[in-house]
Write a protein that binds this ligand. Structure first.
Ligand code: M6R
Length: 614
């Protein structure tokens, strides 16, 4: 969490910093701040959003050709202006921004206090500014060396950028566990730094992603890279592929709505060029390279968090159905701490939109250490997970900016479908006839999503208006649509703050049925595929207790429609592809309910898009 930006160059830094922070606001919006260097070092910071910072800073002196900026998701210390970044050193000469957590900050702070340091904030970050300054003075070293030595004393995760009043031609940044990208301008001596590439792409396409334990120093317009062990490295410079349009709302009221409506394209992009429906072959490099491994696999473990974990559950059903390999799906945060059994024969798949989720990353590192082959399904190109995996497949959904994950989920499920079919093909578990049918159906999905968005949008709005004040909501599904029920419930609670639970429909009678009365909306995902008759009985059970039924049904369904209070039709498709379609009206329902309740849909309270703390 937290977004950081920095500018070093011949131009004024402020506009880039503010615009960049707005792009990174999805990472946290508890407070925002900037520091500008122009002879003196000035800091403007405030609790709340970047727009509130702008309102304060715009009337001040915001000149300076060196600058750093931060948007915060609070970990240590409440979200007020004192705890907002940048933080200053004891003398006020060094300013620092930080994304991550300094785990041993308390010990370091006590030592520094015993040496006369006085702290203003409750943050772990402020400790770092004091430590760097103390080392610089005590050891009589330059800023870069002071930062390097300080980082050798630090335990934890960080992406940091440092400005010093006494070193106006220097900017230092470092990374361990939290992302940092450096953009290299066409203009000599101009550099842009940020937590991800979105603030940078408007200015340059040439970037280098820092690796863990690397420090970058920009001094007198030249960039050098070294490790915290003092080993000089050459930066690996690559071209960004993000388009600027993808970062704008493009006429939609919210990013979330835009991203929901982008799904015909994002789903298409996630499968584009990856299979040949005529020759029945796959063009996924990871499948080709690891075919030997896949042939001999005994088990697959999928690790993820949140929505990506729900996609993982769909993946489990897909891989077990087609590939006939046992799959375990684990919450990354649980998996990494429970001493799981992992062997060299395992394939561990991490699913993550951001590619930065701290628990997923750490769980994956642990699996790698134990000898497993690790595979990533991520959306953000160049993010941490794809950089540590042996193999993987990007989802190619394009930037997802709304905190609630929408198009990333459907792209993840699409990639998992291809992976399951690929595994099945390699292991000889699927006939050519079935593969042909699946490819043919997959080909139709983007268009079906397009039709569905057109047909269900108004209906979702109407239903949302009826249930916007419900205090609770239940989501039920079976088989492939049980994870969809979980995802629907998560989407509703995270953006509308309505309490919602997802359940396997048959589990209802083991407890949740007690909640059902005439006030309770129950959303049932009931496509006319596997378990249809069973689901029908579950719908009857809700009806008998006067619950309000909102059913997601297959076009042409008669039976569920008759019982339900409201229904939304989805096009018919293969059972295993129904999650992609059924999820879409649930996203829209949550969206419209949240909008009607006046919630901040793109930046729900307490959340951040990229969870880079454990
Ligand atoms: O970037 P990741 O996919 O690893 O993120 C995992 C979760 O934090 C994320 O899916 C979260 O649950 C979303 N807010 C859900 O909409």
């Amino acid at each position: 969490m937290c977004g950081i930006v920095a500018y070093y160059g011949p131009n004024q830094a402020y506009d880039f910093l503010i615009k960049g922070l707005q792009r990174l606001e999805y990472r946290g919006y508890d407070s925002a701040g900037v520091a500008l260097l122009n002879g003196d070092l000035r800091v403007y910071k405030n609790a709340g959003k970047v727009s509130e910072l702008e309102a304060i800073a715009d009337n001040q002196n915001v000149t300076g050709t060196r600058g750093i900026g931060h948007t915060r998701w609070a970990t240590h210390g409440e979200p007020n202006s004192i705890n907002a970044h940048p933080h200053l050193s004891q003398s006020g000469d060094i300013a620092l921004i930080h994304n991550g957590i300094i785990e041993n900050y308390d010990t370091l702070k006590k030592v520094l206090i015993s040496r006369g340091h006085e702290f203003k904030s409750d943050t772990d970050t402020e400790v770092l500014t004091h430590l760097i300054e103390e080392i610089k003075e005590e050891e009589q070293v330059d800023l870069l060396e002071a930062v390097r030595l300080a980082l050798n004393e630090v335990i934890g995760a960080y992406a940091i950028v440092i400005l010093s009043k006494n070193d106006p031609n220097t900017l230092i940044a470092a990374r361990k566990g939290s992302p940092l990208v450096v953009g290299i301008s066409e203009n000599e001596g101009e550099f842009f730094l940020a937590s991800d590439a979105t603030p940078i792409v408007e200015y340059t396409k040439k970037v280098t992603y820092l690796d863990d334990n690397e420090i970058v120093s920009i001094h007198d317009g030249e960039m050098t890279l070294k490790t915290i062990d003092n080993v000089i490295k050459s930066p690996f410079i690559q071209e960004l592929e993000i388009s600027l349009d993808a970062l704008e709302k493009g006429g939609y009221e919210h990013f979330m709505l835009k991203e929901i409506f982008e799904q015909p394209k994002s789903i298409y992009d996630s499968m584009r060029g990856r299979f040949d429906p005529v020759n029945l072959t796959f063009a996924m490099r990871s499948l080709v390279e690891y075919s030997g491994k896949i042939r001999n696999l005994d088990r697959i473990i999928i690790i993820a968090c949140g929505t990506s974990w729900h996609a993982g559950l769909v993946g489990e059903y897909l891989i077990e159905e087609f590939g006939r390999i046992p799959v375990e799906v684990e919450y990354a945060s649980e998996f990494r701490y429970r001493n799981p059994i992992i062997t060299e024969d395992d394939l561990v798949i991490a699913i993550s939109q951001s590619g930065e989720t701290a628990d997923t990353l750490a769980a994956l590192e642990m699996a790698k250490e134990k000898g497993a082959t690790i595979y990533g399904i991520c959306n953000v190109v160049g993010s941490s997970i794809p950089r540590i995996t042996h193999a993987g497949a990007y989802t190619h959904a394009g930037p997802e900016i709304g905190v609630a994950s929408t198009k990333a989920f459907t792209a993840q499920v699409t990639v998992l479908t291809l992976l399951a079919l690929g595994i099945a093909d390699i292991r000889g578990k699927i006939s050519k006839k079935r593969l042909r049918e699946m490819f043919a159906e997959l080909d139709t999905i983007p268009h079906k999503v397009e039709l569905l968005l057109e047909s269900c949008n108004e209906k979702c709005k109407e239903i949302a208006a009826i249930y916007q004040d419900a205090p609770n909501c239940l989501y039920l599904g079976r088989g492939y649509n049980f994870p969809v029920a979980l995802e629907g419930a998560l989407k509703l609670k995270e953006i509308s703050y309505i309490h919602a639970e997802g359940y396997p429909a048959a589990e209802m009678k083991h407890g949740p049925i007690a909640l059902i009365d005439e006030e309770m909306p129950v959303i049932v995902i009931a496509p006319k595929r596997n378990y249809y008759e069973k689901l029908l009985s579950n719908v009857q059970e809700v009806k008998a207790r006067k619950g309000k039924i909102i059913a997601i049904v297959t076009e042409g369904d008669e039976k569920v429609k008759e019982i339900a209070d409201h229904y939304i039709e989805i096009p018919d498709t293969e059972d295993c592809l129904t999650p992609i379609l059924a999820t879409i009206p649930l996203q829209l329902l949550s969206y419209y309910i949240a909008v009607n309740r006046g919630c901040n849909v793109d930046q729900p309270r307490n959340l951040a898009k990229s969870v880079t703390v454990e």
